[in-house]
Write a protein that binds this ligand. Structure first.
Ligand SMILES: C[S@@+](CC[C@H](N)C(=O)[O-])C[C@H]1O[C@@H](n2cnc3c(N)ncnc32)[C@H](O)[C@@H]1O
Length: 291
């Protein structure tokens, strides 16, 4: 996994730098934020790259841990046939490849991301329109909270149509305290309505709350300083900084975003550091037996 992680990260960074050179202003990068219910514009390639530079490592390791846990449980009665709803760039598909030797992976997203990490190509489309045939693993990789109610309702109706008898649902949430509202419950209830259901819940949480850095247990993890320095100083190196009132004053108006800005968020400088630890690992794994 080390080589894959290192080469992928470098590839994302090279692409990001290329796009950055073409951007006269960087204001749109402020959208790479989840504060106050905001979400990035996933259609924007520079935003995708910035998102990945921040989260790719953490999510790769978290999804890997989730699939490992599923494999250790020995629960499925067939090879894993994974459907990833809101797969983005297929990070969870890449993680699956390091755990399972025999599996299938179908990633579905309404946006076709510029970078793709899974072995099998993505399907572009709305998750709510997906009708499984015999998938037995449904994954929501940081996506469920962002799906509109109508899409969740459709998933609750459609996913139980799979012919699989032993099914796993993996819900990877953004943060431990980040609730998906009723979305996951609705989907579990969809299975309960379709047939009698047994749930076993497993969870992935930070391994060590006191010292959760990845380099504690991945000795090779060494996030390149150049990437950290580049994304931490995006505001300072922005070509339009001299013309931007935000560049000189926390009070200056932001022409685009009101209180959330590239330089400052309220009175606090915007934080663009990558995630180096598992402090936000928060995955719930449900096993459904309808044999
Ligand atoms: C936070 S991103 C997660 C991306 C990726 N799974 C990851 O781990 O980085 C949420 C993803 O959900 C996708 N999404 C949102 N609504 C969707 C829908 N109705 N159907 C399919 N994908 C959707 C977005 O396009 C985005 O790629």
């Amino acid at each position: 996994m080390e080589n894959f992680w290192r080469e992928s990260l470098q590839g994302i960074f090279e692409n990001f730098k290329l796009n950055l050179r073409l951007m006269p202003t960087r204001c749109e990068l402020c959208d790479v934020s989840f504060m106050n219910g905001r979400t990035p514009n996933y259609e924007s390639i520079p935003q995708q790259h910035l998102y990945l530079l921040r989260y790719f490592s953490a999510y790769l390791f978290e999804y890997h841990a989730a699939y490992q846990q599923l494999q250790t449980a020995g629960f499925l009665d067939d090879t894993p046939r994974i459907a990833s709803l809101g797969c983005g760039s297929g990070i969870d598909g890449a993680a699956a490849d390091f755990v399972f030797t025999d599996y299938t992976y179908r990633g579905i997203d309404r946006v076709r991301w510029n970078m793709w990490f899974a072995a099998e190509p993505p399907c572009t489309g709305d998750a709510g329109a997906y009708i499984p045939i015999k998938d037995n693993v449904f994954v929501f990789p940081k996506s469920l909270a962002e799906l509109p109610v109508g899409v969740v309702d459709a998933l609750a109706c459609n996913l139980p149509r799979t012919s699989a008898k032993k099914i796993c649902i993996i819900n990877s949430r953004r943060k431990a305290d980040d609730l998906d509202g009723e979305a996951c419950t609705k989907i579990l209830q969809g299975f309960a309505l379709a047939s009698p259901t047994t749930h076993t819940i497993m969870q992935i949480r930070p391994r060590n709350a006191d010292a959760p850095g990845f380099n504690n247990y991945l000795r090779w993890f060494n996030y390149p300083n150049e990437i950290t320095a580049t994304i931490s100083s995006l505001a300072q190196t922005c070509p339009s900084r001299a013309q931007c009132p935000q560049g000189v004053s926390t009070e200056g108006p932001c022409f685009r975003l009101g209180s959330n800005k590239l330089c400052w968020n309220g009175n606090v400088p915007m934080q663009w550091s990558p995630v180096f630890s598992d402090c936000n690992f928060s995955t719930d794994i449900y096993l459904i037996d309808r044999t």
